[in-house]
Design a protein around this ligand. Structure first.
Ligand code: FES
Length: 252
């Protein structure tokens, strides 16, 4: 049988699609759960007034939802290897980034390799990274909330607050959408302007990294969390805790 070989860019793309698909299923699963909860309340509330026929309809609907839920849960678990490994992960791997952590590639052929400023192309696209504890060599990849996007932009394009945090135009943000927690995977021209932006493909939220990753399009309720970084001898490291909340709001 022929084996498939992918170059770094293709493998990166495949990894991003896999993460995005998994997170999308997970987000939709949560939305379905919320919907079931509301439907269940509605059925319970009205049951004393119902005839036999609506009860059968409600039961059939419940069965349909249960089957759909099972299918979604099974599909979601195909892509949740990070969470499934939680019991085996080394201490510290699920802790948030800490000052002094190094940054390593989170996917592609260079996965696990230290990221230097030379690895960050000016003008994007962003490089996806995990923090790594330099004293234990533990990569903090047991929580998907630790995934980071690192991007280099022209300092002249940045607003004052963002420029103050940038090092040589390099900025780092959480890679987790503030809407329903999908990974932010795309770097594309905005639907709301002519500049490229971070985009979450689950429900099309867009964030402008030139302005502290504020939301410029879509349903996301708040900006992406920013991660202060430092640059010394070409090496990037974490300079402080996340600024802002990491992760999505409850689905609704
Ligand atoms: S999870 Fe909905 S836009 Fe990102």
């Amino acid at each position: 049988m022929r084996s498939l070989a992918f170059n770094q860019r293709e493998q990166s793309h495949i990894d991003a699609l896999r993460r995005q698909f998994s997170a999308f299923i997970s987000a939709e699963f949560q939305r379905l759960l919320a919907g079931m909860s509301r439907a269940s309340f509605s059925i319970t509330s009205s049951s004393s007034e119902s005839t036999a026929e609506p009860d059968i309809d409600a039961s059939a609907e419940q069965t349909r939802r249960t089957l759909l839920l099972g299918a979604l849960a099974t599909t979601a678990c195909l892509g949740c290897s990070v969470q499934a490994r939680a019991g085996e992960d080394p201490p510290g791997s699920d802790e948030r980034p800490k000052k002094g952590d190094q940054l390593v590639f989170s996917d592609g052929e260079q996965e696990g390799k230290l990221i230097t400023s030379a690895d960050i192309p000016r003008g994007g696209p962003p490089v996806h990274a995990w923090p790594k504890d330099p004293s234990t060599s533990v990569v903090r990849n047991a929580s998907r909330l630790n995934e980071i996007m690192i991007i280099r932009l022209d300092p002249a394009e940045l607003d004052e607050q963002t420029r103050a945090r940038a090092v040589d135009g390099i900025l780092a943000y959480s890679a987790i959408c503030s809407h329903a927690g999908c990974p932010v995977t795309a770097w594309v021209k905005s639907d709301a302007g002519d500049k490229e932006v971070f985009k979450c493909m689950c429900h099309n939220s867009e964030y402008d990294p030139r302005a502290s990753a504020q939301v410029v399009f879509g349903p996301a309720p708040r900006r992406l969390a920013a991660l202060p970084i430092a640059l010394a001898d070409g090496s990037l490291s974490v300079a402080g805790n996340f600024i802002g909340k990491v992760g999505g709001v409850q689905p609704g």
